[in-house]
Design a protein around this ligand. Structure first.
Ligand code: AMP
Length: 823
């Protein structure tokens, strides 16, 4: 799900701004009224200049290099510590923000130096794009009309590759996790996206050319201008440094700050030199009007997730009222990006595969966690980012439970208290916080006052100590284990088992389809990147020639989405859980005047009455107060007056169940970004011949699994080729027969290019020898073995399913050396 970018949320006095994702640094382009085909895409012009460096050494340490990096790391840490201290001391938000800007600048300095010092891999993007275009994996949409940026058509190979990635996704998640599935509407009415927050907050900043109306994404425009500016030799070093700092801070600037830069530097339209308008917030959704009357406003969905949320009640019912359960949806989403570039990485129409895992907020354990417990992952925690440290490799168990923590009942050791301090630090948990039973459990587990070095715990501890025992007993909420109540956070980096479980499963999936493990990491969102309602969020990032790219987001979104739709629709998106002991509660119920409501709302009267009946006691109480004070109020979009709801019934009720709005843990996959990263990660150039390029795609996702190459076009070969091709087809193996006249080497090269993992050659020995053997070749190693023609189809099936490894084939069958007969 999109973390709303560049907009501010206010939470408990702290203003949080959303960092644009890592792509931003790679983009410095603009859109135009009639958008042009990306000029350099696939062209060989300036190819040598576009050889790119990709650093894969983020885990390797070199003592000499680390010595050089140490002062930069220390600078980042110093700033990170200062920010923590300021936050603890309740410093004004503006002051903290300035420090965060400086922190980002220092982080960038460290990253740049790391890239400079560690050895780089060369990646020839132009060569890869040439292959992608030539063999039609994908191409710009409407290319014959000049094309459109941000829109792509997938060709036969691209379609098959995406289909295979999604089939694996389906097996890996939907089938293995026994998820539910939905397929929901793309055309979404406005109230749905109003409730989700997209109507108000899903925006980027934009300026326009005052004369032509050409639009520019503001941060990209400024960056482009500054980069040109500092390239000028006449600009002093001091000014260059100052401008570089500003470039680094762009991601964090408000619209006003960016607008001030436009004015201070008198920025003009780069295409015409005309003046620019003031900046505006541009909502990224595509507006539509549904139906011929044009009365129903809506949008193309910006993500698939909302379709799952709005169907929550039906899904819960389907699941017999039980939690936890997960539901998946695959489909297209639409975002009107202001300046889509970087090929498939930022487009306006893209396929998402999203999972919403619904669970009780107080139990985020996962029954299958032990199955992934030993999965090793590279994690780049928020803390490590703040401290200027590198990502760390650890098992997901260590990440969820923490290192070396044994006690689950008491918070005794310094590391446990430190972990709790970490949990409290970023959450504003204690400031203005109404204590709950969760606090009591953790408080009791702490047993004694913490050492003063743990400032957050200390503050929280004194806050809870200030209540009498009987007051503590009346705190709201339910008690549980410490692990549950703190989401496991005090034990480790990852908030809870379910989030950790999905992170491990996401990694397994990405590796299975061929993502390079050395170019994969999970990066935790910093406090100011994360939506205020989210408990924890990690992005699976792939390293590409565009930098680290967010391919999968994995967030614990708490009860935010279902609460919003409860408010927006008036339908309670909750589950009922039996209480251990019945409870007496105050209940407030609206008593509407049905006649008055019927007269006013006619066909909508039933909806209004249902909305009133499903109000919670608190909402009903609020409504009564508003009607008293203002005389009217709005429920579910309908304006109600006191005469329509003249009275409210107040009584005490004995309840046997509690109503809970479930938490949501959401893995969200951008299929296009994974597809592109996969192509980069598997692109190879043969060492002995740099013209021979190919994709080393794993057999499970390769669009075509096997090629059949007759060595000669003599008629005696035809029955063998036909029979082999038919048997392979019967086994559902997509194949390509290449009976062209080219040399066998050239034909291998052609099949390698499009990632076909296995090739069968029918030669003279196949025809002449009684055993009718053929050659089976593996693409990456180019090794060949000889085996009877009848055996080969099933072996390919097993290889393609991952049930058999090539090594096993080479152990069983003799290596091919040469044909015995040649005519
Ligand atoms: P978000 O909802 O913004 O977190 O996006 C979820 C996933 O969708 C991201 O992890 C990306 O992989 C993908 N994504 C988001 N925006 C785009 C875009 N404009 N083009 C391609 N993929 C995108």
């Amino acid at each position: 799900m999109k973390t709303f970018q560049l907009l501010s949320f206010v939470t408990k006095g702290a203003q949080l701004r959303y960092l644009p994702n890592c792509l931003r640094s790679a983009e410095i382009f603009t859109s135009s009224l009639r958008e042009k085909l990306v000029p350099e895409w696939g062209s060989k012009k300036h190819a040598s200049k576009r050889k790119l460096l990709v650093n894969t050494n983020h885990l390797k340490m070199d003592a000499e290099i680390e010595k050089q990096l140490a002062p930069l790391r220390a600078r980042v840490k110093e700033q990170g510590d200062l920010i923590r201290q300021m936050k603890t001391d309740g410093a004004p938000e503006m002051d903290v923000k300035k420090l965060v800007q400086e922190l980002k600048s220092r982080k960038k300095e460290l990253e740049d130096m790391t890239l400079k010092l560690y050895p780089q891999d060369f990646f020839d993007r132009a060569k890869m794009n040439d292959l992608i275009k030539r063999r039609f994996f994908y191409d710009n949409s409407f290319a014959i009309y000049g094309g459109i940026t941000g829109q792509y058509d997938y060709g036969p190979l691209g379609c098959d590759l995406v289909d295979n990635m999604l089939t694996e996704w389906q097996k890996h998640f939907v089938i293995q996790e026994r998820m539910l599935k939905v397929n929901c509407s793309i055309l979404t009415p406005e109230p749905v996206l109003k409730a989700s927050g997209h109507v108000d907050k899903f925006a980027d900043y934009m300026v326009k050319d005052v004369k032509t109306g050409e639009c520019f994404r503001l941060d990209h425009l400024i960056k482009q201008y500054f980069e040109k500016y500092i390239a000028d030799k006449k600009v002093s070093q001091e000014e260059k440094d100052e401008i570089s700092r500003k470039i680094n801070l762009l991601d964090d600037m408000t619209m006003k700050e960016m607008d001030d830069i436009v004015k201070a530097y008198d920025l003009k339209s780069p295409s015409t030199g005309n003046n620019l308008t003031d900046a505006v917030e541009f909502n990224l959704m595509f507006p539509i009007s549904i139906g011929p009357s044009g009365n129903m406003a809506g949008f193309l969905r910006p993500e698939t997730a909302q379709g799952i949320f709005v169907n929550f009640k039906r899904l819960l019912e389907y699941n017999q009222g039980k939690l936890p359960f997960a539901c998946a949806q695959v489909g297209n989403a639409y975002r009107n990006e202001i300046s889509p570039r970087s090929g498939l990485l930022r487009v306006r129409e893209f396929t998402m595969a999203e999972i919403e895992h619904f669970c009780y907020p107080d139990n985020k354990s996962h029954t299958k966690f032990n199955q992934v417990a030993d999965t090793e992952m590279v994690l780049y925690s928020a803390c490590a980012q703040m401290d200027g440290e590198s990502p760390k490799r650890m098992t997901i168990t260590e990440a969820v439970r923490g290192l070396g923590v044994t006690s689950f009942g008491l918070l005794e050791t310094a590391s446990e208290v430190e972990a709790l301090d970490y949990y409290l630090r970023d959450r504003s948990y204690i400031f203005g916080h109404v204590p709950s039973q969760a606090d009591v459990t953790v408080f009791e587990a702490l047993r004694q006052a913490p050492s003063s070095e743990f400032s957050h715990v200390t503050r929280w501890f004194h806050h809870i100590s200030s209540f009498e025992d009987n007051e503590k007993r009346n705190f709201p909420g339910i008690s549980g284990t410490i692990v549950d109540l703190t989401g496991g956070r005090h034990k480790g980096l990852v908030a809870n088992e379910t989030l950790g479980y999905y992170m491990a499963r996401i990694q397994q999936y990405l590796l299975k389809i061929g993502i390079n493990p050395k170019k994969l990491r999970f990066r935790q969102h910093l406090g100011n990147e994360m939506a205020h309602y989210a408990c924890d969020c990690w992005d699976a990032e792939c390293l590409t020639s565009y930098g680290w790219i967010e391919c999968v987001g994995c967030a614990d979104r708490s009860a935010y989405d279902l609460s919003q739709h409860t408010k927006g629709s008036g339908v309670r998106m909750s589950v009922e859980r039996p209480l251990k002991e019945p409870k007496i509660v105050d209940s407030v119920v609206a008593l509407p005047d049905k006649v008055a409501i019927g007269k006013t709302f006619k066909k909508d009267a039933k909806v209004v009455q249902e909305a009133l009946a499903s109000l919670s006691s608190e909402a009903a109480e609020d409504m009564d107060k508003t009607l008293n004070e203002v005389g009217e109020c709005v429920v579910n979009g309908f304006k109600l007056t006191r005469s329509m709801v003249p009275a409210f019934k107040r009584e005490q009720k004995k309840i046997h169940v509690e109503e809970i709005i479930p938490s949501v843990i959401e893995p969200s996959f951008g299929i296009g970004r994974i597809f592109y990263s996969l192509l980069e990660h598997t692109f190879r150039i043969r060492e002995d011949d740099e013209k021979r390029t190919y994709f080393a795609l794993p057999a499970v996702v390769a669009p075509i699994k096997v090629s059949v190459l007759p060595l000669s076009n003599k008629t005696e070969f035809i029955p063998f080729v036909t029979q082999l091709a038919d048997t392979l087809t019967d086994l559902n193996l997509p194949l390509r027969v290449d009976d062209s006249t080219g040399s066998i080497g050239r034909r291998y090269a052609r099949t390698d290019e499009i990632g076909i993992p296995f090739g069968i050659t029918v030669d003279f020995d196949t025809v002449n020898n009684l055993a009718h053997t053929v050659t089976l070749r593996e693409r990456n190693s180019t090794e060949q073995v000889r085996m009877p023609i009848d055996e080969v189809p099933l072996i390919i099936r097993h290889l393609a399913d991952g049930k058999l490894q090539w090594k096993e084939v080479t152990e069983k069958w003799p290596k091919f050396v040469a044909q015995e007969t040649t005519k």
